[in-house]
Design a protein around this ligand. Structure first.
Ligand code: HEM
Length: 215
């Protein structure tokens, strides 16, 4: 493994969490013997790196996609201010309407899979178009409408099946709190530039930066 600064930093954290374990995930990974025996330091550092990246970029983008979407929907923002519980539906709807993870490109078929009239042959590479599924008119009524009161909002924002996002419950809570606090603290917020510049990535969707002023 190439020793990048991040790997060295995380390696140091693994050592310190092993010698003085707390109630956190890294301490558990560093001290748990598990059914297959203890993970090597390299495995723990790789897992910690995955969790860091999987959990950071995605959550950052959902927060900025949320600020952008709410400022584009002042009626929803107004309802949110008088009805704070709406934030739960707002975050679910953001995960459908502006999902940070647009595509999962790293899948392959284990066997021939038939969907409708199409056979995906064993071994074929598959890209899961999560964002497109989230706007499927056969699944969602008026899919292009941002509606936080949507019933039965089984979106694909956290993927699905056995790879369903491991950090979903925490991410939901983080974004609910971040958006609530952001809009509580600003007086008459307005977008300075719409649309904002976007990150250049086909997988992750979110603004490069988002300038917001107060009216
Ligand atoms: C809004 C924030 C987040 C979004 C939109 C998101 C989205 C996703 C998606 C779409 C997948 C499925 C990928 C696939 O099918 O291969 C996934 C998996 C995963 N996510 Fe998240 N995620 C978020 C936050 C987090 C956080 C906070 C963590 C960790 C603390 C995390 C850790 C993971 C991990 C480890 C997986 C792989 C699960 C597996 O393959 O079994 N995610 N996430």
């Amino acid at each position: 493994m190439r020793q990048t600064h991040l790997h060295k930093y995380l390696g140091g954290l693994v050592e310190s969490h092993r010698s003085q374990p707390g109630e956190d995930l890294l301490s558990r990974l560093a001290t748990d013997d598990g059914p297959d025996g203890r993970m090597t330091d390299e495995e723990i550092v790789t897992t910690a790196t995955l969790i860091l990246f999987a959990g950071h970029e995605t959550t950052v983008n959902l927060i900025s996609n949320g600020v952008l979407t709410l400022l584009r929907h002042p009626d929803v923002l107004q309802r949110l201010q008088s009805q704070p519980d709406l934030i739960i539906g707002v975050v679910e709807e953001l995960l459908r309407y502006e999902p940070p993870v647009q595509i999962v490109p790293w899948r392959a078929a284990y066997s021939d899979v038939t969907i409708g009239d199409t056979v995906i042959p064993k071994g074929a590479q598959i890209m899961l178009m999560l964002a497109s599924g989230n706007r499927d008119p056969d699944r969602f009524h008026e899919p292009d409408r941002f509606d936080p009161s949507r019933q039965d909002n089984q979106h694909l924002g956290f993927g699905g099946g056995i790879h369903l996002c491991f950090g979903g419950p925490m991410a939901r809570l983080e974004v609910q709190i971040a958006l609530t606090e952001f809009f509580r603290r600003l007086n008459n917020p307005q977008l300075i530039t719409d649309p904002p510049p976007y990150r250049r990535s086909p997988i992750l969707r979110g603004p490069l930066h988002l300038h917001v002023g107060q009216g």
